[in-house]
Design a protein around this ligand. Structure first.
Ligand code: 3MF
Ligand code: MG
Length: 348
């Protein structure tokens, strides 16, 4: 018998926010970025997800020396708090040069900016002793189909990935698919696209996926099946657990907050496939409700972590023999009732 997985959790500093949305500004007092690291352990988290400019603010204006000095300070702060940097992601959607995308922008100068910024992101990751870079292809897509040559766009994405693999011989690239928002149609909308890019790349074992529950739901897919697909290819770098109520704006709701059964199945697929046993983090990407008072807001992170652990118990106490029996008998009606009763804690 192997011992049960002890899960490690992570989130990014942007998950502690001031509540601004597209219709209104901040409504909570700002909580200083530097102080956020001190919260992780007390909340039960030991992994930190970073954007490159979370580590080095004003990155585009920094000299290489300034950049590395600042990264070294953050590394010391992480060590002091006993925290592990899970990944660093290049923020390729803020700058004027990324208005039309980054690696797929129509302007050669803008594509060069994106490549340069990505190299800086990798340098920062290495300075933190962090083994992965996450690519969320935020603006790699179009608002109207005629705006870009989509085949060329995929070629450019692959070339950019290969350039990253060349630039650093060890770094892993985890692609975080999302089908839309902020673009109308994004390139690499599903993990299948990400895995195809991985196999086409020059180092497939270093290119993986990061599945965000809400992103899969926005693509009309079940997040647990997206995770299973990546796991079947040994390419699940990490997850961004959260929830999403239908095809709306990207909601980043509390894990399990919209659909407990969908959350249960994500936990089931992760647990049944030994996710976490090689140090993978259970990552969250969750927005606090705008209505929440106080600063800093952390209830949403605590609640989602707790919900994950409660669902782990539900997975571990699932009667596997009974599940097999129902599968053998092809009695999925009975299986469904059993699963729902189990989730509700109702005795048969
Ligand atoms: C957007 C996202 C992003 C990514 C993050 C890491 C701001 O929907 O999910 O969060 O997770 O940028 O790459
Ligand atoms: Mg995310």
């Amino acid at each position: 018998m192997t011992s049960p997985t002890t899960y490690r959790f992570s989130f990014g500093p942007w998950n502690i926010s001031e509540g601004n949305d597209p219709f209104g500004p901040e409504i909570r007092a700002a909580f200083p970025h530097e102080k956020k690291l001190a919260l992780f352990r007390t909340l039960g988290f030991e992994g930190v997800q970073f954007h490159d400019d979370d580590v080095v603010p004003g990155l585009d204006e920094c000299t290489p020396g300034q950049m590395l000095r600042r990264a070294a300070e953050v590394k010391t702060a992480l060590d002091d708090e006993g925290l592990i940097p899970e990944f660093v992601a290049p923020r390729l959607w803020f700058a004027a040069q990324t208005v039309d995308g980054a690696y797929t922008a129509n302007s050669a100068a803008d594509r060069a900016y994106a490549r340069d910024r990505t190299r800086k992101c990798i340098d920062i990751a290495r300075a933190l002793d962090c083994k992965a870079v996450v690519l969320w292809f935020s603006r790699e897509g179009t608002y109207i189909r005629e705006a870009k040559d989509p085949k060329l766009a995929y070629v450019r994405l692959l070339e950019s990935i290969n350039a990253m693999l060349d630039y650093d011989p060890e770094i892993e690239i985890w692609i975080e698919p999302k089908p839309n928002e902020p673009t109308d149609q994004a390139y690499v909308p599903t993990v299948g696209h990400a895995v195809a890019l991985s196999y086409a790349s020059k180092a497939p074992h270093r290119v993986k996926g990061l599945i965000e529950s809400a992103h899969a739901l926005l693509a009309g897919l079940d997040p647990s099946d997206e995770m299973a697909f990546a796991l079947a290819h040994d390419k699940l770098g990490s997850v961004h657990l959260n929830d999403q109520n239908g095809l709306k704006y990207d909601q980043d709701k509390n894990f399990g907050g919209a659909n407990l059964r969908v959350a249960f199945n994500q936990v089931r697929v992760l647990e049944e496939n030994g996710y976490g046993r090689r140090g993978e983090f259970v990552g969250l990407d969750i927005k606090a409700m705008r209505t929440q008072r106080g600063s800093p807001v952390t209830e949403h992170l605590k609640a989602s972590r707790e919900l994950f652990l409660l669902l782990v118990e539900k997975v571990r106490t699932l009667d596997r023999a009974l599940v097999e029996q129902f599968r053998d008998a092809r009695d999925y009606e009975a299986l469904e009732l059993y699963v729902l009763r189990h989730l509700m804690g109702t005795k048969p």
